[in-house]
Design a binder for this molecule. Sequence first.
Ligand code: AGP
Length: 608
Amino acid sequence: MCGIVGYIGKGKALPILIDGLKRLQYRGYDSAGIAFQNGKGIEIYKTKGKIQDLQQILTYPLPHIRLGLGHTRWATHGAPSTQNAHPQSAGGVVVVHNGIIENYRELKSLLIAEGHEFSSDTDTEVIPQMISHHLKKGRSAIDAIKETAAALRGTYALGIICESHPDTLFAVKRGSPLVIALGEEEYFFASDIPALLPYTKKFIFLNDGHMCILKQSGLELKSLDSLKTLPVKDAVIEVDWTPSMAEKEGYDHFMLKEIYEQPKAVMDTLSEWIDDPPKLLDELGITDRIKHLRRLHIVGCGTSYHAGLVGRYIIEKFVRIPVTVDIASEYRYMDPIVTKGTLFITLTQSGETADTIAAQREAKEKGAPAFTICNVAGSTSTREADSVLYTRAGPEIGVASTKAFTAQLAALCLFGFALGIMKGRLTPVEIETLKSVLMDIPCLIRKALKTDAKMRKIAQTLVRAKGFLYLARGVNYPVALEGALKMKELSYVHAEGYPAGEMKHGPIALIEEGVPVVVLAPLDGLHEKILSNIEEVKARGGRVLAVTDSPAALTGKVDDLIVIPQAHPALSPFVNVVPLQLLAYHIAVTKGCNVDQPRNLAKSVTVE
Ligand code: AGP
């Protein structure tokens, strides 16, 4: 969950490393550090805190350095401190690491027995210690890295420099994401693409068990096990993301920008396939399986899991086949039953979430064809899945997921739509109606964004609330979960999403004078029922903030009324989620919380 970056080339390494680290800071921000070859040896600067703190300890003007690496940390082993910050070094070997070395205690004891002295509490320090150990025994740097990697258990993306190789940068990957970027007479590596978008559009996603040796004159890919040289040309992909996509572009926060980008994210995701949805199934290579398709099994984490839950309602409604949705961290250990005729779908923005990837592997091992809905081309889930449907949300930088959620809903609708057509579950009239209501969604989201100013005002009256309850029914129940998740992660207050009909079975006890209860009350088949739930909350003194497309029945009956545009009832989550994202955003801003980098979180959770 840490971010790593490396540079070698004709340019100025230090500003590039600092800039890359700033773009990676959403992955972790407990400490930061850089190391570089200065012509005489390796210099290391590191500190507890953020990249700004790191900048404070550098000497200006920054020297013109051609090779270096950097790290921004999300602490796992060892407290966030300068001593535990990366780079970690030993015997002229300097390493930045993203991942977890599970057997580090064992390796550390062995190294201590050999006389090595450790100076940090990190799992990472065993890596430079082991590499230097092998170097001292006369091994080449490549052999020393190979042997060290063979001894490591766990996950790692590593950047390595050695005093003995002042013109070389080594990158190694197993289990944690790492991209190599190719510029003109310059090469980079980083934990993800947005960190390097200002410099190039050409990337290689390093495979697990591969090493990349980068020099200014070129790069070489090798298998870590056999040290066999691998072809570079076929591995290069060109991305269509632009640098401005990874900038705030005048917004105060990435999250706010991304909330506002939702109409585009949904439109871009839909427009690729909406004219001919069955073509999508062809492209995914699953047309032949449709006849025997009995069940969909969707798996994801956090916001992606919530999108999967919404997808279940929509797909079951229009396709009439059962859909199961599981949390990836549970699925991977539940010894899942994979039946014939099941299509397994992972939902993941990053394509790097460790639990989701493990679940995908588990399903594949058990014989289910795995298909992923993902936002990042070339990421692990896309490389390992049998087929991929891309969400076109562009880079999502804010740790709290927003536009990825609505883009995932769009992808699930498209997929369900295509299945419904191919399975003959939709009449020609329904097909045309669905096409037009789907294409209307971006415009409806745009209208829902007009609730922004009102949500800001309401947020100011709710900053002192100690907890929130979010209630909804049917397809909007997962939106209540998502609204509560946004509130928890951004504002650090307890928030719970509940199916409104379940309130009487327990959570109603939480309601007392002034407790804020956010209720989604669209005009759908359950409208009357949700109105009754609102009465129940009001009768106990709760403060109701109702989000509705049908204000008539609620005027004067609730404390705050947020009116959103009317969508097709099955598609109302697209618009209902918008005011909930804005509410969490404005409460967090008003409380002075770090919106784009909430405490303890990281954007891609690449560890278990
Ligand atoms: C939500 O705001 C979070 N950032 C988190 O729950 C996220 O959705 C989850 O970690 C899954 O990430 P993924 O979609 O990249 O797999």
